[in-house]
Design a protein around this ligand. Structure first.
Ligand code: ATP
Length: 355
């Protein structure tokens, strides 16, 4: 039996009444609503102002109902109405970012997954402690510019989309670095980026067993990041800088990738270690998460970040990926969430997947 993440009072009403999949109309909401619909669960879209018109273009992904709020921060004020509708919030990256980590923790509505994970993900120090103590390799950290050896990347805290990150070819190039806020300096890992979409089910008793449940690999993507991905066309970063342009990593889209099959054991081992450690540290991570890293030429995967909920890269795989096709046909991450909710409800185990 997995850990009870939610109080009985919070989830009991969901056994008798409706269970509605709710999320903010953004990010991966089309996939989440489509997954709910495919599994026969009602859905509710939380919209800021008028519901976005684009849902009219996608009848299979349009939520059954909408709840309009003046601003995202008002979601908490609608808690009793959401509970009355049997809502379970499926948090996606934008949801947590817009609501804010603290307000999200305090939201008085059942949330899919363990909300305690936010504290570990949103603090770079805690995230590193979690992953490194799990035995996961991360890019080296340099305490000061003087310690830099080889290429380095300087990341600012809270810089969304890598805005303002500074890249240095070597220690000497760090002399040009002028900090504009709190930052960390990391080894710039040379290799190929992979964003690995996992799903951890504490309910499942078959498959790739981890803890009391099992780990599934549902897909993989690489992000298109402007303007850095087009840098090669200008020859070198210096050329951009001469033109007064700083390289950025603003995600503009995603492409599907697969990994050399011989690297899958390494990837599963990393996913399993992260889950096992999460169980020890904070009662476990439940549902979708993404391990973001760089495969080096000597085939070591160095993890620079973990996203502890559904990532937008999963939008590539509404009707399945090269990996999820081998788990079940037409299995998106959104649909996988709905399947888990239905199973938890029918086995009277919602407390293990909701918080
Ligand atoms: P977001 O929150 O939008 O995901 P962030 O500000 O947390 O971004 P990261 O995800 O850590 O920043 O990094 C953004 C991008 O920078 C990555 O997608 C990757 O392309 C690149 N990057 C990050 N760390 C490294 C590293 N150590 N070596 C090489 N490239 C890196």
């Amino acid at each position: 039996m997995g850990t009870n993440l939610a109080s009985a009072a919070r989830v009991e009403p969901l056994y008798d009444g409706p269970l509605t999949v709710a999320t903010l109309c953004s990010h991966s909401s089309l996939q989440i609503f489509h997954g709910a619909r495919t599994e026969g669960l009602p859905s509710l879209g939380i919209a800021v102002g008028e519901p976005p018109r684009f849902y009219d273009a996608f009848p299979l992904a349009r939520p059954d109902r909408f709840l309009s709020v003046a601003k995202v921060a008002d979601v908490g004020k609608e808690a009793s109405r959401l509970r009355g509708e049997g809502a379970v919030i499926v948090p996606h990256g934008s949801f947590v970012e817009y609501v804010g980590p603290e307000a999200f923790q305090n939201l008085d509505v059942p949330v899919f997954g363990n909300r305690a994970v936010i504290a570990w993900e949103s603090d770079r120090e805690k995230e590193r402690m979690w992953l490194e103590s799990a035995g996961v390799e991360m890019p080296r950290r340099f305490a000061t510019p003087a310690e830099v050896e080889g290429p380095a990347i300087v990341k600012y805290y809270g810089a969304k989309g890598g805005k303002g990150f500074f890249l240095a070819k070597n220690r000497e190039a760090m002399d040009d670095f002028r900090p504009t806020g709190p930052y960390v300096i990391q080894e710039y890992v040379l290799g190929t980026r992979y964003y690995v979409h996992f799903f951890y089910s504490p309910l499942s008793d078959r498959g790739y067993r981890v803890g009391d449940g099992s780990l599934e690999l549902l897909g993989m993507d690489r992000r298109d990041e402007a303007n850095i991905d087009e840098l090669y066309k200008l020859g070198a970063q210096e050329e951009l800088l001469k033109a007064g342009i700083r390289p950025t990593f603003v995600v503009t889209g995603n492409v599907s990738v697969v990994l050399r099959e011989s690297l899958l054991p390494q990837i599963f081992d990393i996913g399993a270690r992260i889950i096992e450690r999460s169980i020890e540290l904070f009662g476990g991570m439940v549902g979708p998460f993404c391990v973001e890293g760089i495969m080096t030429e000597d085939l070591r995967f160095k993890v620079f970040e973990i996203s502890t909920r559904i990532v937008a890269g999963t939008n590539l795989f509404i009707s399945g990926s090269s990996y999820s096709d081998l788990v079940a046909p037409n299995l998106s991450t959104g649909r996988r969430i709905a399947i888990e909710l239905k199973r938890a409800r029918s086995e009277h185990r919602l407390r293990e997947v909701l918080s």
